[in-house]
Write a protein that binds this ligand. Structure first.
Ligand code: ZN
Length: 225
């Protein structure tokens, strides 16, 4: 028995969705979780609910979320691993999975921009989870990433305990653009981990639209607000 199989016997790699030990051919997710993820498939629906969420607020060209983020589900476990358990590779992996499904949907995008974290938050977590998702997407759909050009200019309190209106007020004006000419007349795909009210994405999109960019949106999870 080689060392790798021996290590795997004593410290099996576990599925980030359901926690079962993985088989050798599986990476991060077991086949069962992978085939049974709560996919939204909203990209197949014209004027889908994510796009409608932004109607009357801000002009978004295409938008979708990949999976429903429901309590006690494999999707929740995946997103918790990515955000709170120091597993950045889960983001890249899920970004690749989404990229395989969405390459046609986002075919006319020019640049991919992850929603930035404030530098203090980035230091604390060690990585930006949205950037990890964006990296996986970029790899598969073949569009370049633009990092650091959109940045968070103020620390905002956590959104989780806020109602819808408070969330919008909390993040409004908290994102700025460096090198605005980089975005001029470009179609930008904004990437975030979870969509709840859309407040964060709206604040990012409005900073980019000021630089004359056209905006589309992708999030890994869709939370019920
Ligand atoms: Zn699983």
């Amino acid at each position: 028995m080689c060392l790798k199989s021996l290590l795997n016997l004593f410290f099996p790699k576990l599925c980030v969705g359901c926690g079962v030990p993985l088989f050798a051919h599986e990476y991060l997710l077991c086949d069962y979780c992978r085939f049974n993820l709560p996919y939204t498939n909203y990209h197949l629906m014209p004027e889908n609910p994510i796009e409608q969420m932004f109607w009357g607020k801000i002009r978004i060209f295409k938008a979708t979320s990949f999976i429903f983020y429901t309590k006690d589900s494999s999707a929740q476990s995946i997103i918790h691993n990515l955000k709170y358990h120091s597993r950045p590779e889960v983001g890249t992996f899920m970004g690749r999975l989404a990229g395989n499904a969405l390459a046609d949907f986002y075919a006319d995008v020019d640049l991919i921009v992850p929603v930035p974290l404030h530098p203090k938050k980035l230091k604390k977590r060690g990585y930006n989870q949205s950037e990890m998702i964006a990296r996986g997407l970029s790899e598969i759909i073949g569009k370049p990433l633009a990092l650091d050009a959109l940045f968070k200019n103020k620390i905002t309190k956590t959104q989780t305990k806020k109602n819808k209106e408070e969330r919008f007020l909390n993040v409004r004006g908290s994102f700025s653009v460096k090198n605005a000419e980089m975005f001029e007349n470009k179609h930008i795909l904004l990437v975030d981990d979870v969509l709840t009210t859309g407040a964060t994405l709206e604040a990012c999109a409005s900073a980019l639209i000021d630089s004359h960019a056209k905006i589309s949106v992708f999030t890994l999870g869709l939370a019920s607000s």
